[in-house]
Each structure stands twice: as C-alpha cells, then as structure tokens.
Design a protein around this ligand. Structure first.
Ligand SMILES: Cc1cc2nc3c(=O)[nH]c(=O)nc-3n(C[C@H](O)[C@H](O)[C@H](O)COP(=O)(O)O)c2cc1C
Length: 447
C-alpha cells in the first residue's frame, strides 16, 4: 500500500516541438495533426492538458538533427526521425497564453548554453506565467550537438555533470541575486528598487564565471521547478542534489521503486527532504472504450514502427554509428566503451539482454528505441489503464507519470477524456488545481 493513502498522482505530459513524438512513427499516424509548425498545435494540446488538470506540459530538446547513423542526416530527414526541433521559448510562451494553471517546462542544456542566459530566460518565463515555469536540466548527448556549437566532440559523460553542477550553482545564485520584495516601484519618491536587496553574485567556478546581478527580479517561484532525468551513477548524484521532478524510464514497477528509494536516500544524504523529489516514469497509454478498440488502436500504432527509425535513434543516443555492423553481431568491449551517449541506457541494454556484449538487435529489443516498447505501454479500457497506473503508484514505484504521445493530439485527448475521470473517481488524481504556482501545485517548498 502507498506510503500515504491520500497521496495524489503527479501527471506530466511529454511533448516534442517536432514533427514526431518520442514515438517516431507517430507522424505517420492517420490522426496525427500535421501542424507542428503552427503555434495553435501546441496551444490546443496545452488547453486539453489543462482541462485534464495536468500538473505540467514539458517539451524535450535536442540540439542537432540525428546524423550519426551512416554518418549522415539523410535517413533522419527522409523518414522524419526527429528531423525537426523548434526553439522552445516561443512555444512555451504561446502555451502560457492559452492556459492559466498548467505548468510549462522546457529543456535547456547545461553544456551548450550559459548560466546567465538560462537564468534570465526562466526567470522571465516564470514572471510571465505567474509562477508556472519548469526547467528540464539536461547535459546533452552527442557529437552532432557539439558540432553545432563549434566543438568537435561532446564532453565525456561524467565531466558533463561536473559542468552542470557549476552551471546550477551560478544559475541559482543569479535567481537569488534579487531578494524578494526588492522592487519598490514608488512613483512619488522615484525609487524603483532597493539596491540593498540586489546583489552581485561573483560566481567563480571552474567552468563559469558570472558577475551578476541578474537583470530580472526574483521569479515568483523563487527558482523554477527543476526537472532532471539522470539515471547513471553520476546522473543520480546530480539529480539528488538539484532535481525536484525526476523523469525516468523503467520497464517494471520494481525497477522504478529501486530508483525512487535510491534517490530518496541520496537526497537525504545531500541534506534534502526526501519528499522534495518526485519520481515519474515515462509511459505510453493506448485507451479505448472497449478492450477490443484499445487493441486495434495499439496494433495500428505499433505498425508505424520501422527499423531505420530504431537504428537512427540508437546511433544518436549512443553517439555511435550502428550502420557499421550486421544486426546480430555481438559488439566488442572496445566498441561499447567508445559509446559516450546515455550511460544509463547502455547499462539497461546490458542488463536486459543478459549479455555483456549485446548485438544491434539486442540494443533494439532492450532499449525499445524507435518502437512503442521504449516505455511501458498501458493499454485497455479506462478501468484497465487506471488499474495499471494504480498498481505502480500504490507499490510506491513512483509519484506519478510522464505521459508520452503515440500520436498528436489524440493521445492526450483520449487520456484526458477517458482515463482522467477514472483516476479522479478512484481518488488517485486531484479534481482541480490549487491556487498558486506550479511549485504549490506540486507541493514543493519555495527556495
Ligand atoms: C523523460 C525523459 C526526458 C528526457 N529528455 C531529454 C531531452 O530533452 N534532452 C536531452 O538531451 N536528454 C533528455 N533525457 C536524457 C536525460 O537527460 C539523461 O541524460 C538520461 O536520462 C540518462 O541519464 P545519464 O545522463 O545519467 O546517463 C531525457 C530522459 C528522460 C527519462
């Protein structure tokens, strides 16, 4: 039974500013709206999610077109394998205009942006949305991204997190460089702000030197909500220090619970309240009025997958060209050691395939990349889907879920129309937002 029977789920929608969702075949779905270049596309999704009382809509990011596979972007462009990635700021702003309560999250890389830029951006967003901003802190993945920023190779995995620690320290200092209440705005006396409450930061880290102060008063939430998804040893250390909402990918509730227990333990060791971290695994939901309808929908969706999508995405995520091997050839220790992308993912492939030298086929099956099986798939009637969500939630495997889309916007609409009412009926999900910021809605303390 859950650690607190009155606890409610956190629900986050996983969005892409792209031609496809996480499921690359999604753009080929007959019901997918092709309007990914229109702001209304994102605003409509935001309105649907707010109707469903979702906590947060968050958009992922990648700073390069997939181009490791065959050392070319050709397959990615031809097949629409995440070929498009729009800038997130205008989209988040537009989604904020279409909603009043929904939290809005954007992904920004600590490897390719600067602390001043990111601190200013999220402080501005937090003001405009009256405290609804969240930042998905990522360290980025591969050489294709590096080469778009004038760097030949992506930094080594653990070094990226050292940079990220320094980045977070500088960013936090910038948000705090204006004390609460510093703005006076007294037209009579002509006093705009209290300079005693605005401070230089003089951050002198190994990687970043920032004088400050920030040019934006302290955000309504103090700091935007920090989203993180580190799964490797070093990534977990980082997540336990900084992360609040932790996104993960685990195939079973047992594996997810082990992560959650570990992160709570690490947060405690880092001097934080373990309740200040919430764990939400990514899932797909395919729901129908009847089990048969759900099964047909699932079949239609799964038929959209193809091998090229998987290989293109694997090459991107592992920073390694998978076109070099027959699909059943076991990959040598040297090759595996040369993969500098997602470390947590590689550990998972080795664990799930049961061999320390997995083949390309093992990579596809164990990672599920490019297929619907990358995340757990909850299928069936609203009752059956709610049962599956409840079993993870009540096993204390997680604090909620990150809903990825099988097609857009239909996957979000189906979930809001069919599953949310069932979760609410069971008391697993709230009936409405509370007054206040995203932080208040998540039950997080204001820093
Ligand atoms: C739900 C979810 C969303 C993610 N979104 C992004 C993203 O938008 N951009 C990115 O570069 N990495 C993204 N990642 C990858 C993580 O930032 C992280 O690198 C990954 O989980 C592996 O952890 P590790 O770096 O500790 O090996 C995401 C991971 C998850 C689970």
């Amino acid at each position: 039974m859950a650690d607190n029977p009155d606890k409610k789920m956190v629900l986050v929608a996983f969005l892409q500013a792209s031609n496809c969702s996480n499921y690359t075949g999604s753009w080929r779905h007959p019901e997918t709206d092709p309007g990914f270049l229109d702001l209304e596309f994102y605003q409509n999704i935001a309105a649907t999610l707010e109707r469903g009382k979702f906590h947060l809509a968050f958009i992922d990011d990648r700073l390069a077109m997939p181009s490791r596979f065959g050392d070319s972007f050709e397959e990615a462009v031809e097949h629409g394998v995440r070929a498009v990635k729009l800038d997130l700021v205008p989209i988040i702003t537009a989604m904020g205009l279409a909603t009043k309560r929904l939290g809005l999250g954007a992904t920004y890389s600590t490897t390719y942006f600067s602390p001043f830029h990111v601190a200013r951006l999220f402080a501005s967003l937090d003001h405009f949305t009256m405290g609804r901003a969240a930042w998905n802190v990522v360290t980025s993945l591969n050489d294709s991204e590096a080469q778009n920023f004038g760097v030949p190779e992506h930094l080594e995995h653990d070094d990226r997190y050292d940079v990220a620690d320094d980045f977070m320290e500088a960013t936090s200092e910038l948000w705090d460089s204006w004390e609460d209440g510093a703005v006076v705005l007294d037209k009579q006396t002509g006093r705009f702000a209290d300079s005693d409450k605005v401070h230089r930061v003089d951050h002198a880290g190994k990687w970043f030197q920032v004088r400050g102060p920030l040019t934006v008063p302290r955000p309504p939430q103090g700091h935007p909500v920090l989203v993180q998804a580190g799964q490797s040893e070093r990534g977990r250390e980082f997540a336990a220090r900084w992360g609040e909402l932790l996104f993960v990918i685990y195939p079973t509730p047992e594996a997810c619970k082990a992560y959650r227990d570990d992160l709570q333990r690490r947060a405690r060791l880092a001097g934080r309240d373990p309740d200040s971290v919430r764990v939400a695994p990514a899932v797909y939901v395919v729901v129908g009025e009847t089990a048969e309808e759900a099964e047909q929908k699932l079949q239609q969706i799964e038929d959209l997958a193809n091998l090229t999508d998987s290989l293109t995405l694997l090459s991107e995520v592992f920073n390694y060209d998978f076109s070099q091997h027959p699909v059943d050839e076991p990959l040598s220790d040297e090759i595996l050691a040369s993969m500098t992308g997602l470390r947590g993912f590689l550990d998972r492939v080795i664990e799930l395939s049961g061999t320390s030298n997995p083949s390309v086929n093992d990579f596809i099956t164990s990672s599920g990349r490019g297929t619907l099986r990358e995340f757990p798939v909850f299928t069936g009637t609203p009752t059956q889907v709610a049962d599956q969500m409840e079993s993870w939630f009540h096993a204390d495997a997680c604090d909620g879920f990150v809903l990825a889309a099988t097609h857009m916007p239909g996957a979000y609409e189906d979930f809001v129309n069919l599953v949310i009412p069932e979760l609410q009926r069971r008391g697993l999900f709230r009936d409405d937002y509370v007054d206040g910021t995203l932080r208040d809605n998540l039950g997080f303390i204001r820093p």
